[in-house]
Design a protein around this ligand. Structure first.
Ligand code: UT7
Length: 327
């Protein structure tokens, strides 16, 4: 029998104060509140003004550490899941380490797009189960506004900025992360990407003029695969955990589109009152979406001691994943 489980012992989140409403977007591109609400479920999103990803991540992290009663110098590892790091290097995790004074922690960033928080939980889980580390800080944060094309109505209405953080520690009680399932298919790399700015297409006058540093998405095609992959991710993670869909008390899906969320819940046979939704207030924050939703579900008492929560996500790559947690 397994002696150690990895449990989430503290949570934090931060979203910038600036709110961009659908009415604001109506003044920026050819769109309407009715279209955005009906097609996506989003009413408003938060955007940074002067803050960096490190600023968002640092505030969320300090709250998570306080919540877990863990001193920053006792952290062994910091993982930051992001597709919008402050810079290509050093990693944002090193920048956060400096801000919070976690001088004894190893640091790296992890790129799995919107699925990144679940990938990072999977990595942290392994470090705990192997006995390598005792105090791990997992952060999922994004400044998607920095890669959003504010002239492209098909994408600019979707995204927001924010960060969530959790502290993960070992426990001998049978609680915490019960299963993690991760999947990917690089054949779909072109469906959702930022074409320029990497080593394949470095920044140049031409790439800037062609707006290639902004996110491009084949929305409709991505939608269909997202429903299928998130459903499969949930089924695989539940099966690995030995938990049935009926036993799930709270489903925390990636917040990309309310219609995707409803379709996945229906496919799994999970009633909508068990599904956590905050897309109306924040839009799609990529990997930060599940982390922030988890924080709010705990804060609102939707997740409490004994609750079985299923986290599922899907994103660029394509990547997808599921994680079952007994709280
Ligand atoms: O987070 C990672 C994964 N991401 C996702 O899973 C997102 C998946 N995709 C989606 O959520 C949806 O596909 C979108 C919300 C992006 C788009 O919704 P859709 O129902 O798939 O719309 P569509 O792209 O098929 O476009 C339908 C119509 C088009 O007009 P015509 O060609 O029918 O005349 C678009 O030009 O809606 C138009 N349209 C808009 N109209 C008003 C597209 N964007 C807008 C807009 N406002 N913002």
């Amino acid at each position: 029998m397994r002696k150690v489980y990895a449990q989430i012992s503290g949570l934090g989140m931060y979203v910038p104060a600036r709110v961009l409403t659908n009415a604001d977007l109506e003044r920026m591109v050819d769109t309407s509140d009715a279209w955005i609400t009906q097609r996506t479920g989003i009413k408003e999103r938060r955007l940074v003004e002067k803050e960096t990803l490190t600023d968002l991540a640092t505030i969320a992290s300090k709250q998570a550490l306080e919540n877990a009663k863990v001193r920053s110098e006792d952290l062994d590892l910091i993982i930051v899941s992001t597709t919008t790091p402050d810079m290509q290097f050093p990693s944002t995790s090193c920048l956060v380490q400096k801000e919070i004074g976690a001088k004894n922690a190893a640091c790296f960033d992890l790129a799995a797009a919107c699925t990144g928080f679940i990938y990072a939980l999977g990595v942290a889980n392994q470090f705990i189960l192997s006995g390598t580390y005792k105090n791990i800080l997992v952060i999922a944060g994004e400044v998607l506004s920095s890669i959003t094309d504010w002239k492209d109505r098909s994408t600019c209405v979707l995204f927001g900025d924010g960060a969530g953080a959790v502290v993960i520690q070992p426990t001998t009680e049978k609680r915490g992360i019960i299963s993690v399932y991760l999947g990917a298919d690089g054949n779909f790399a072109d469906f959702l990407k930022v074409p320029a700015g990497g080593s394949r297409l470095p920044a140049s006058k031409e790439t800037v003029e062609k707006r290639q540093h902004f996110l491009k998405m084949k929305g409709n095609e991505t939608f269909k695969i997202a429903v299928r992959a998130m459903g499969e991710a949930a089924e695989k993670a539940l099966s690995l955990a030995g938990v049935s869909a009926e036993e799930v008390d709270c489903l925390i899906p990636h917040q990309a589109n309310i219609r995707i969320i409803h379709s996945v819940a229906k496919r799994l046979g999970i009633s909508e009152d068990k599904v956590f939704v905050n897309i109306d207030r924040y839009g799609n924050m990529s990997s930060a979406s599940v982390a922030v939703a988890l924080y709010e579900a705990v804060e609102q008492g939707r997740i409490r001691e004994g609750t079985i929560a299923a986290l599922i996500a899907f994103g660029s790559g394509f990547t997808w994943g599921g994680c079952v947690i007994r709280w």
